[in-house]
Each structure stands twice: as structure tokens, then as C-alpha cells.
Design a protein around this ligand. Structure first.
Ligand code: GRF
Length: 216
């Protein structure tokens, strides 16, 4: 992270493909003062008519549609990196971004990409995690905010929030219950990263020891 960043708020780049409820929860946390030390530098969607992108426009946030359909993954990611760098983004937050990132993208923001996934990882990575949880018969489900690495839904876990699976739940009712927790979890996780009080130690995101230097 640059010295300039240490003087100002951490700049978030939000990537989304759909309704954007996690993005809106983050924006609301910042507005209400619950999430401090960060600002939304850009909202980028790979889907031109994503409701989340429209919401960003209505909020007057810097936004862009970089449509991925029909474009090679590498070429699209190059455009995304350029856009994020031009907005001096420090931390990329995937918020319902339904496209795998290339290794080049991950390398462009080392340990600076977060994702939220609607399961208690490492259980149920990939699509339809809530349906997978119902099908498996688990009694506890939840969400995970994690750093992004080159494997799907695999990077170091920042935090998780759990919910019960109730009698009669289906994928939809469970998804609704998990989503409420996602909206709390993402802001809390961003706050932890922005605080500079935690560091990645192996697979753990843990409190920095007293006296250990902060990242630059
Ligand atoms: C959420 O369930 C999130 O965990 C997953 O995609 C969904 C996005 O929802 N990655 P929204 O667009 O933030 O409302």
C-alpha cells in the first residue's frame, strides 16, 4: 500500500454483476459511520444493466460498465485492472461478481481482493451454495468473507457468520437468512482489513502482534 493511502481512507473498488445488495450494505455502513477509514472509489459491473450499477449511478458514485460478454477473460481483466488502478483502488471487493478472475488480476492486487460467499467455507464452494447446503442436510449454514487467490472460493478467511438451517427451509429461505448476515459480515471484514490491525499468517487472518510493523 502506498504512503498516500496511509494519509487517507482506503479506496474500495466494488465489482458486481447483479442486484448489488452487498454493495448497498457497504455503502450504507460507510454513510452511517459504522464503517470508518474507507471510501468507495469505483463500482464496476461486467453486466451493463445490472441493478447494482444503476444504484451506484443514483448514489453519484464513480461507476463503469465493462461488459465481459464475448470478450476473452484476459482482455477483459486487463481493462478491469486499468480502470481500478486509474481510480487508485486499494482494496477490490467482489460483491456478487459472477466471473472468475485471471491469475493476472489476482497478481495485480496481491492480498487486496475480498469476496463474499454464501456458505461456511470450505463447505459448498461454487454456484448455488445455499442449495448445496440444503441438499447435504447441514444444520448450520452461513457466509464467509475471504481473500481471493487463484482457487475458487479458497483464499484466507477474514470472517464468517453462521445461521441455523430450519425445518422446512429451501434454498430461497436459507439464502434470505444468510443474505442478512452477509450484509453485516462484509462491512465488518472490510473494517478489519482497513484497520491495519490484522495480518495474514499462513491460512489465518489474525491480530498483528504488538510492535510488528504495519503494511506499506
Ligand atoms: C450473494 O449471495 C453473495 O454471497 C454471492 O452472490 C450474491 C450477491 O448478492 N457472491 P448481491 O448482488 O450482493 O445482492
Amino acid at each position: 500500500m502506498s504512503e498516500a493511502r496511509l494519509r487517507g481512507p482506503m479506496r474500495l473498488g466494488i465489482l458486481l454483476s447483479g442486484r448489488g445488495s452487498n454493495f448497498l450494505a457497504i455503502a450504507e455502513s460507510i454513510k452511517s459511520g459504522r464503517l470508518k477509514g474507507v471510501e468507495i472509489a469505483a463500482v464496476i459491473s461486467n453486466v451493463a444493466d445490472a441493478p447494482g450499477l444503476k444504484a451506484a449511478q443514483e448514489l453519484g458514485l464513480q461507476n463503469a460498465a465493462l461488459v465481459s460478454k464475448g470478450r476473452k477473460r484476459e482482455e477483459h481483466d486487463r481493462a478491469m485492472i486499468e480502470c481500478l488502478k486509474s481510480q487508485r483502488v486499494d482494496l477490490v471487493c467482489l460483491a456478487g461478481y459472477m466471473r472468475l478472475l485471471t491469475p493476472a488480476f489476482v497478481a495485480a492486487f496481491p492480498n487486496r481482493i475480498l469476496n463474499i460467499h454464501p456458505s461456511l467455507l470450505p463447505a459448498f464452494p461454487g454456484l448455488d451454495a445455499q442449495e448445496q447446503a440444503i441438499a447435504y442436510g447441514v444444520k448450520v449454514a452461513g457466509c464467509t468473507v475471504h481473500f481471493v487467490d487463484n482457487e475458487l472460493d479458497h483464499g484466507v478467511i477474514v470472517l464468517q457468520r453462521a445461521v441455523p438451517v430450519l425445518e422446512g427451509d429451501d434454498g430461497h429461505t436459507l439464502a434470505d437468512r444468510i443474505l442478512k448476515e452477509e450484509h453485516l459480515a462484509y462491512s465488518e471484514a472490510i473494517g478489519m482489513v482497513a484497520s491495519g490491525e490484522y495480518e495474514i499468517k499462513g491460512r489465518r487472518f489474525a491480530k498483528r502482534e504488538a510492535g510488528s510493523s504495519r503494511p506499506v
